[in-house]
Design a protein around this ligand. Structure first.
Ligand SMILES: [Zn+2]
Length: 429
């Protein structure tokens, strides 16, 4: 699995492919035992296993002791799976700092270290940038907002203008902005529920104000609610105030009295005022606390872990490559399946894109053409048609696991996978 579209290698043709080495030369074992002692416990366990396996003569010691960071039994299963993979490619990934870890139910997902946590200071230091985004959005959408208000006053149909305003809003958002519009469901805290705020408001019998917005992105403590609210206020400036005033103007005297004491309760027309929110969610860290992550990472967290931040066994995700941390996570129940090789495929693609952007560019445009054709006419698996990243990851796993099936079902993917793997194999200096 792969999330971002930016994220996401080989041997001579199969008949001439060298058999995977069954025994590690003695010199390798010496190098392993001479590794610095400050390596992690699991890595050390892996080294021990490699030495044990070599001593018993039943397991090949991995030539890439740093790649797999798992308990001995899991490491042995992964190593066995990776026997089919070109050792040069495993070495390249290891050199690049890629690691493969196994996730068991009940662990802290945060402790896997795959999602970058952010401090409040990170957001505060980006405030100027977020405010600039809000100003840009305001300038781009203001003419539409005026037109919509005029039409609504005259009883006209404003739906076309509302669609145009949304396009203008999206066009005016920089890619790297930490401020996102509340009205984008997949991002703005409505992560897996397009009407999350509405449902939360019904559930808690509270108006849709900033307090509920904070709760929807996981803020639980008064401090978190306060810090989130302050960020939303700082980003939107006078527009949030205007939205609040508009709500107060039509409120009953009792509502006005209650809301003026607690502005966080004032219901807001978030779309009408193009309110932006920080790209921030709070997720449980699995040990009673919580951490701040971005919204996309919060949705990843939600797929791997429960509300307490503990990894779940019934996750929809079998494995995932995280390009930022260069970590591969594999569910413990999937170690003995092609998933672990599929995830290597994502890592290989990522490595080649970094090491040789020129090769990657021309190769990837061919891949994309092949993917478009395959998405129509069928390929090696249903999952391969999800997107171009999954297409090549499925190519890599089938290339090693079931090459003849790949060649038969999608010869173009076979060829392109081979090109990628060959290039990756050459990259190891
Ligand atoms: Zn994948």
């Amino acid at each position: 699995m792969k999330i971002s579209s930016q994220r996401l290698t080989r041997l001579s043709p199969l008949p001439q492919r060298a058999a995977p080495s069954r025994a590690t030369p003695a010199i390798d074992r010496v190098e392993i035992s001479e590794r610095p002692t400050n390596i992690s416990g699991w890595a050390r366990a892996g080294v021990t296993l490699a030495l044990m396996g070599a001593a018993l003569g039943c397991l090949a010691g991995p030539a890439t002791p740093g790649l797999i960071q798992a308990a001995p039994a899991d490491a042995a299963k992964l190593s066995a799976r990776y026997q089919k993979v070109d050792p040069k490619i495993l070495q390249l990934l290891e050199k690049d700092g890629v690691t493969v870890s196994v996730v068991r139910p009940g662990q802290s997902f945060t402790a896997t270290g795959v999602l970058p946590a952010r401090s409040l200071a990170d957001y505060q230091s980006e405030m100027g940038k977020m405010q600039a985004t809000a100003k840009r959005v305001e300038a781009a959408t203001a003419p539409y907002a005026r037109g919509i208000a005029r039409l609504q006053q005259n009883g006209g149909d404003s739906s076309q203008l509302q669609r145009e305003r949304r396009m203008a809003l999206l066009d005016s958002l920089p890619q790297d902005s930490l401020a996102v519009p509340y009205s984008i469901p997949s991002l703005a805290g409505l992560i897996r529920d397009s009407d999350g705020l509405h449902k939360l408001a019904q559930l808690q019998k509270l108006p849709k104000g900033t307090t509920l917005m904070a709760q929807l992105v996981g803020a639980k403590t008064p401090t978190q609610i306060q810090e989130y609210t302050q960020l939303v206020e700082s980003i939107n400036g006078t527009r949030l105030e205007q939205a609040r005033q508009a709500a107060l103007a039509t409120a009953t005297p009792a509502q006005q009295a209650a809301w003026s004491k607690d502005p966080g309760q004032i219901p807001l027309d978030l779309k009408g005022y193009d309110i932006l929110v920080p790209d921030l969610a709070y997720v449980a860290d699995g040990s009673g606390g919580s951490v701040r992550v971005n919204l996309l990472d919060a949705s990843i967290h939600g797929a791997w872990a429960d509300g307490n931040g503990k990894t779940v066994s019934n996750s929809s995700i079998n494995g995932q490559y995280f390009s930022q941390s260069r970590k591969i996570l594999v569910q413990s129940s999937r170690i003995g399946t092609p998933t672990s090789v599929h995830e290597l495929g994502h890592a290989v693609e990522d490595a080649v894109s970094r090491h040789d952007p020129k090769f990657f560019g021309s190769w990837h445009s061919k891949l994309f053409t092949a993917y478009q054709r395959a998405a129509q006419s069928g390929t090696v698996s249903e999952y391969a048609t999800s997107n171009v990243g999954e297409y090549i990851a499925e190519g890599v796993s089938h290339y090693y696991e079931n090459p003849e099936v790949l060649r038969q079902k999608d010869s173009k993917l076979f060829e392109l996978t081979q090109q990628l793997l060959e290039r990756a194999g050459q990259l190891l200096q």
